[in-house]
Design a protein around this ligand. Structure first.
Ligand code: SF4
Length: 236
């Protein structure tokens, strides 16, 4: 009870926005193996930090239960880097929560292990596969490709999502991503949101991605792979 859990932080108020159909608590695991220039959590989550104790987590879960929370989102950072992730997910399931997992897709071996206990999974598609090393400083593109193929058969229990950065996510980029995701049941485009402390200072002053850009890229995805269900999420 006094040992650290994998959870570094949590959002006090549950949300209806992050887990389809659930009143959900948001839990955060620290540490990430990507370096996204637009990361909102980079200061807090990119490096591993000591988690809250299991006892603290238990009290927090009890409180969420009293607030009618029926789902938990395990986010990060990158949760699959956490060795205790399978234990954490089982722990949450045993307390009656449905579990959603957010992932960057870098650890397909871990995804395979935890999928039976996960209700919904959201995997980031940062860019076309070939540009991962340049865009997020992650070179193992075979791992990313493997995760995509692993998750496609989940159908509506999985979403792939891209945070669209104007100027980088061009129609050409969408023409590379869309065929890769053929067979997926949900692809979401969401806007880049500016913030003063983004890791890439060139992005700090950049405006939020416009709805016109999102709609143009959505149309490009539909033109390229008409059967791929794609939607826009407006973001916070
Ligand atoms: S994968 Fe997520 S947590 Fe990691 S750097 Fe990128 S945006 Fe941040």
């Amino acid at each position: 009870m006094h040992t650290p859990s994998p959870i570094f932080a949590y959002q006090e108020k549950p949300t209806l926005l992050d887990f389809p159909g659930k009143w959900a608590a948001l839990l955060f695991v620290s540490g990430c193996n990507f370096r996204c220039g637009y990361c909102h959590n980079f200061d807090h989550l990119a490096r591993r930090k000591t988690g809250i104790t299991w006892g603290h987590l238990e009290k927090t879960c009890d409180r969420f239960k009293k607030d009618w929370v029926d789902g938990v989102v395990v986010s990060g950072g990158e949760p699959t880097l956490e060795p205790d992730l399978p234990r954490l997910i089982k722990y949450l399931r045993d307390r009656g929560f449905a579990v959603k997992l957010d992932t960057n897709g870098s650890r397909p071996d871990v995804l395979k292990q935890v999928l039976p206990d996960v209700t919904y999974i959201a995997m980031d598609i940062k860019c076309s596969l070939a540009r991962y090393p340049e865009f997020v400083a992650f070179a193992d593109t075979a791992a990313i490709a493997c995760s995509v193929e692993l998750l496609k058969p989940l159908g509506r229990a999985c979403e792939f999502r891209t945070t669209v950065v104007e100027g980088f996510h061009t129609p050409e980029e969408m023409r590379a991503i869309a065929p890769w995701l053929r067979g997926a049941a949900r692809y979401v485009l969401q806007p880049f949101l500016p913030r003063h402390n983004l890791p890439d200072d060139a992005l700090r002053g950049k405006p939020r991605t416009s709805m016109d850009t999102l709609q143009a890229l959505l149309a490009e995805v539909r033109r390229t792979v008409p059967e791929l269900p794609v939607e826009i999420r407006r973001g916070g």
